[in-house]
Design a protein around this ligand. Structure first.
Ligand code: NAD
Length: 454
């Protein structure tokens, strides 16, 4: 590793909490070579043995949930309740993927003159490039199914949040995973990240982050016909019809764009409200937003912490005009830390704040006339990750869910992510799917073998 370490800063206090190595291109080269050797041995293990090692890794994570959660609080500023869920999600992913190792079955296809069977071969060395918004879950979404399918994993965490990734790798080793099978390379995106993307020894890149970087990565992968999964940004609609339980819809709306301080690719940051209930909805939304508990991430009662960095706060600020008053504005602590208050704006559909992903605690509210207008507005975006539909009419719920061009819809709820259901984006929100029953298949190549029978 190079000499210049990266400082890791607690976003709630601005204190340096750790320093980590800054991996260079030569570190990536060495890691790929070691991972390739480890992968060959791992893929040759009996499925039952691989599954058992995965379960031991899950158990080690389970034994260290609180430690992992506290690391997430310190490096990412997440409220401790959220951080505990995140550590549990990483454990669940490992357990779920372990259950898939012995179920990675091929097909037997009827043919003349012999036997035809398919195999799901591992890809080799997989690079997972993770963002800072959910460092542990998103790392595990790639790591767990890739390992279970017989691959080695090189994880490049975001510059600001490498600590849980490094600890997960230690826990994997302590639990008995082979040396070099899962390595973490903290470092800069354009250096360590880019070296992984360009490396001929890396068979697949799993990237979660901004659409701009995702496009660059996809173009570079094309040069080597490298497999790639992209989970990118979103500008997801929360559609509230007049026939909905408007009280419930208003009570649930703050969590859908304030959770994780809005740094969530699934954030419902465009609230579309049918005009006939617009005023009533806004009256109910205001106290709900203002009662969202903002403050010390170590306090279990806290619902919203700071933004990840000073740079991210500047980015969020750039979307909110100082001159135009916000429709609703919450409180935020002063002093140290990258705090930003919950903000709801009444915007026009083509205002920058209504079009671009803010990645902060900011939502716009837009009125609509009827179902067709709601669908038109919902789809008037380059993104297509998530969305919510609030209505008591089951037929409308289904019609609108099918008409909104997004990968993850929820009706009378804002739930998007379960490790056992598929997740991913339409349009510029990404390509490929993660999680769900087919998660392991995304880390394999299908091989067809015909055996002639005399
Ligand atoms: P980013 O896309 O720059 O970073 C994500 C990951 O990619 C990090 O690990 C980073 O080091 C790495 N990376 C950056 N440049 C790279 C390159 N050239 N080659 C390989 N890897 C590279 O995202 P960011 O700067 O952390 O955040 C910027 C914006 O991205 C946010 O404001 C938000 O809009 C969006 N974002 C979306 C998600 C999501 O879950 N979809 C997550 C994080 C950020």
């Amino acid at each position: 590793m190079r000499d210049s370490p990266l400082d890791i800063i607690n976003p709630a206090t601005e204190e340096v909490v750790a320093t980590v190595p800054d991996s260079g291109r030569e570190d990536v080269d060495a890691a790929v070579a070691r991972a390739a050797r480890a992968q060959r041995r791992w893929a040759a293990l009996a499925p039952g043995d691989r599954a058992r090692q995965m379960r031991r890794f899950a158990a080690a994570v389970d034994d260290h949930l609180e430690e992992l959660a506290q690391l997430e609080v310190r490096e990412a500023g997440h409220p401790v309740g959220n951080a505990r869920w995140e550590a549990g999600n990483a454990r669940d992913l490992l357990e779920y993927a372990a259950g898939g190792v012995e179920r990675l079955t091929g097909a037997q296809i009827p043919v003349a003159g012999g036997l035809d069977v398919t195999f799901h071969e591992p890809l080799g060395v997989v690079a997972v490039i993770a963002p800072w918004n959910f460092p542990m879950p998103i790392a595990a979404w790639g790591l767990a199914p890739a390992l279970a399918a017989g691959n080695a994993v090189l994880l490049k965490p975001a510059e600001t949040t490498p600590l849980t990734a490094l600890r997960l790798a230690e826990l994997g080793l302590e639990a008995g995973l082979p040396e070099d099978l899962f390595q973490v390379l903290p470092g800069a995106g354009p250096v360590a990240g880019d070296a992984l993307v360009e490396h001929p020894g890396v068979a697949k890149v799993v990237f979660t982050g901004s659409t701009a970087v995702g496009k660059q990565i996809m173009a570079k992968c094309a040069a080597g016909v490298k497999r790639v999964t992209l989970e990118l940004g979103g500008k997801s609609p929360n559609i509230v019809f007049a026939d909905a339980d408007v009280e419930r819809a208003a009570a649930a709306a703050p969590g859908s764009f304030l959770d994780n301080t809005g740094q969530d690719c699934c954030a419902r940051s465009r609230i579309l409200v049918q005009r006939s209930v617009y005023d009533r909805f806004m009256e109910l939304l205001e106290p709900a937003v203002k009662s969202f508990v903002v403050g010390d991430p170590t306090d279990p009662a806290t619902q919203m912490g700071p933004l990840i960095s000073a740079a991210q706060r500047e980015r969020v600020r750039s979307y909110v005009s100082e001159s135009a008053p916000a429709a609703i504005r919450g409180e935020a602590p002063g002093g140290k830390g990258f705090w930003y208050p919950a903000t709801v704006l009444e915007a026009a559909p083509d205002d920058r704040v209504a079009v671009e992903e803010v990645f902060g605690p900011v939502a716009v509210v837009l009125p609509f006339e009827d179902e067709a207008d709601a669908v038109r507005l919902a789809n008037a975006t380059d993104y297509g990750l998530s969305g919510s539909v609030w209505t008591r009419d089951v037929s409308r719920a289904l019609r609108v869910s099918r008409a909104v061009m997004a990968g993850n819809l929820s009706v009378n709820s804002h739930s998007s992510v379960r490790y056992w259901t598929p997740f991913g984006g339409f349009k510029q929100s990404g390509i490929g799917r993660e999680l769900g029953p087919d998660a392991l298949a995304a880390f394999t190549e299908t091989k067809n073998v015909f055996i002639a029978v005399e």
